[in-house]
Design a protein around this ligand. Sequence first.
Ligand SMILES: [Zn+2]
Length: 400
Amino acid sequence: MTGRGQGSAGDLLELVRTGRATTRGALQQVTGLSRATVGQRLDRLFRAGWLREGAGGPVDSPLGGRPSITLEFDDAHAVVLAADLDTRHARACVLSLSGEILAEHGGTLVIEDGPDAVLGELGRWFAELLEKAGHQASEVCGIGLAVPGPVDTDTGRVVQPPMMPGWDGYDIRGRLARAFTEHTGAPRVPVLVDNDANLMAYGEQRTGHPDCQAFVLVKVSTGIGAGVVVGGSIFRGIDGGAGDIGHIRIPAGAQALCRCGSYGCLAAVASGGAVARRLAETGVPAASGSDVRDLLASGHPGAAAFAREAGRQVGDVLATVVTLLNPGVLMIAGDLAGTSFLTGVRELLYQRALPRSTAHLHVLTSRLGERAGLVGAGALVVEYLYAPERVEERLLALGM
Ligand SMILES: [Zn+2]
């Protein structure tokens, strides 16, 4: 909103989309605009296909008089593509504008093969997924990508990513936009790139905890990272580094070499990769976080013991996080997210954090699971493209 009395077409769409005003009368009341001006601006949105009349029929008008027709964001006028890259595996999907997954694919994609190969392959996946979902490439309005590294969201490039060799400073947006065009023949679309933990947090907060004003998600897989959603927006810090808790030094890690090149990082002792190494040392075949996840799922007692200990180490760091941010939800996601790890987290968290910081805290496991990053990436694209300031420019581009 640009303020009362300044409702652009984008502001009106935002009010309808968020459910704050869903009739012409309510829009007049909230914006202070005349009936005629609201009508003109809504017309542009109707002609673009972005608004439709609600199926529920007329409701009583806040201004009195005739019952008014409700308005809805038309989520069928476009689709979004999203992908979530892990170090050796990726997921991709087609989403509706309201975040429903219409077609999905998961498979091996090795990040060490480099950005050109990985993003080229994603372009091929997207083309196949669109066909599977029964949508044309021309319906795609944007692409969201989650990556396991710190991202400068102004440029969409990763910055010194420990787990993404060869990707530092690479033009991810440009390459993925080109891969999409090459495989579908459709025009280029905007590409947004963000850190995976950020997008998982965003996806989980929006779909499961929309009223939670301070939400923290911790992903514990090959590495450890946290996503923070404050006031409904991802909090990235000034360089995109917020939440990178995997590289906080802990005393127990003094002898452990981290992928970032330092010794003593939390991720070097308490990540899925670190637990896999400890299991391997005891003769259990485990090479990665996903191996640990499978062992935990099968009830392996050694894996459970190591996961609980890792949970305690992460919980110790999270006591500081919780004291600093006083979140309503602390969600644990990734390969280690399960009972043993959560027990360890709770033990240390409640021991170390002030009671006031944890009085209303819910410590939960992920609800969306492996889809959280996809849902968050899709939502990020929709919020970007339908933000009031961008709606005007897009309507003009459509000739509306
Ligand atoms: Zn490190």
